[in-house]
Design a binder for this molecule. Structure first.
Ligand code: NAD
Ligand code: DAU
Length: 358
């Protein structure tokens, strides 16, 4: 075993930010296993394409032979499982992929992790970690005055996505309890920041605003999400990996509850100042109320006290600073935006990984 980690889903939004930050900090080698679904974008990893400590592997976490081969070859000291189908709306329209990757895929990954871990010597076994990246959505929804989710809140997932993540969390827990695999689980609130795929609220509204399209607000727009800048999520994961207690779960959040409509209005105001509309109107004019998401959770809020007090982690960004950085990033990365909007990022993928092109 050495200073290598195996990251899954490292071409997606959070995984790519994690890999970029990890390599920038010189924390060791990364083997990055990603299936490159529609949400995986190798352009996210362009800056580390030639990095000597980055090995990209195109493949599925459910491919046991491949995972076994990677573990035997690279002997990682940890596996960090970011890979997932992550979009709630897609899970409503087609849950199958969510079950396959989030549940069955995680199960296969755990099985191979268990076999690999069993083959290590005692000191290596003690040092090994399987860190599972999960979501606050497993806890279900909160009423307006309910306390924020703590780690002891019973699971009550409401969408196929959150149910699939809850199932994966339970498998991870069971592998620690039954087999002694040294696992850690993090449950984080809504992320935002660079490389966020524009099917999620913040990047979708940003890009639609600039393209002169409607900004779709589901229902009354008063649903509350608890926002965390993606780099803060990544620092929390590094901290849990380094010092988290085996078998524990850690909630990750920055106490930034906001109603969706307020988030989108703030985005419009920032754009009004940074890149005003040519007709002098506010981007708020483009806000459009649309049909609500079925089973839409009303409120999420994370109580991250355990992570704060036990591991001394705290976020660097407030929502106000993080959202300004995010808007600036999208304005400065029009090439990324154009490649995603046009589908060019998939064409690049088709040329290099033809067998996976969907
Ligand atoms: P994403 O959809 O942007 O990226 C997912 C990545 O996983 C993609 O690169 C995709 O190609 C890859 N992938 C999908 N299926 C795979 C498979 N079978 N094998 C290998 N790779 C596969 O997702 P994200 O927003 O970066 O989320 C990453 C993780 O964090 C997920 O587990 C998600 O549940 C969790 N999470 C996300 C948020 C959020 O706000 N985005 C918040 C809390 C937790
Ligand atoms: O809470 C963590 C979760 O946050 C993660 O586990 C998920 O992977 C991630 O996708 C995110 O889920 P949400 O459903 O909260 O994110 P999304 O950006 O899809 O939606 C945020 C809120 O905005 C939600 O209340 C639905 C609403 N919304 C979303 C879209 C895409 C709209 O009003 N209009 C939209 O067009």
């Amino acid at each position: 075993m050495n200073n290598t980690i195996l990251v899954t889903g490292g071409a997606g939004f959070i995984g790519a930010n994690f890999v970029l930050d990890w390599l920038a900090a010189g924390l060791g080698r990364v083997v990055n296993l990603d299936k490159l679904t529609y949400a995986g974008n190798l352009q996210n990893l362009q800056d580390v394409a030639q990095h000597p400590d980055h090995v990209f592997v195109h493949g599925d976490i459910g491919d046991r032979a491949l995972v076994a081969k990677l573990l035997a070859e690279h002997k990682p000291r940890a596996i960090l499982n970011f890979a997932a189908e992550s979009h709630v709306d897609r899970s409503i329209h087609g849950p199958e992929d969510f079950i396959q990757t989030n549940v069955v895929g995680t199960f296969h990954l755990l099985e191979e992790a268990r076999h690999y871990w069993s083959s290590l010597d005692t000191s290596e076994q003690g040092a090994f970690r399987f860190l599972h990246v999960s979501t606050d959505e497993v806890y279900g929804t909160l009423a307006a005055h309910d306390p924020a989710f703590t780690e002891t809140k019973p699971y009550a997932p409401n969408s196929p996505y959150s149910a699939s993540k809850a199932a994966s969390d339970h498998l991870v827990r069971a592998y620690q309890h039954t087999y002694g695999l040294p696992t850690l689980t993090t449950n984080c609130s809504n992320n935002y920041g660079p490389y966020h795929f524009p099917e999620k609220l913040i990047p979708l509204c940003l890009l639609n605003a600039l393209a002169g399209k409607p900004l779709p607000i589901y229902g009354d727009g008063q649903q509350i999400r608890d926002w965390l800048y993606v780099k803060d999520h990544c620092s929390a994961i590094r901290r849990v990996l380094e010092a988290g207690r085996v078998g524990e779960t850690y909630n990750v959040g920055g106490w930034n509850e906001k109603a969706n409509l307020d988030v989108v209005q703030l985005l419009c105001d920032i754009l009004d100042s940074l890149q005003p509309r040519k007709d002098g109107q506010s981007y708020r004019e483009q806000i459009t109320f649309v049909k609500d998401r079925p089973g839409h959770d009303r409120r999420y809020a994370i109580d991250a006290s355990k992570l704060y007090s036990e591991l001394g982690w705290k976020p660097q960004e407030s929502f106000e600073t993080g959202i300004r950085k995010t808007v600036a990033w999208y304005l400065e990365h029009q090439d990324w935006v154009e490649n995603v909007n046009s589908g060019e990022y998939r064409r690049w993928l088709d040329q290099h990984y033809a067998e996976s092109a969907a």
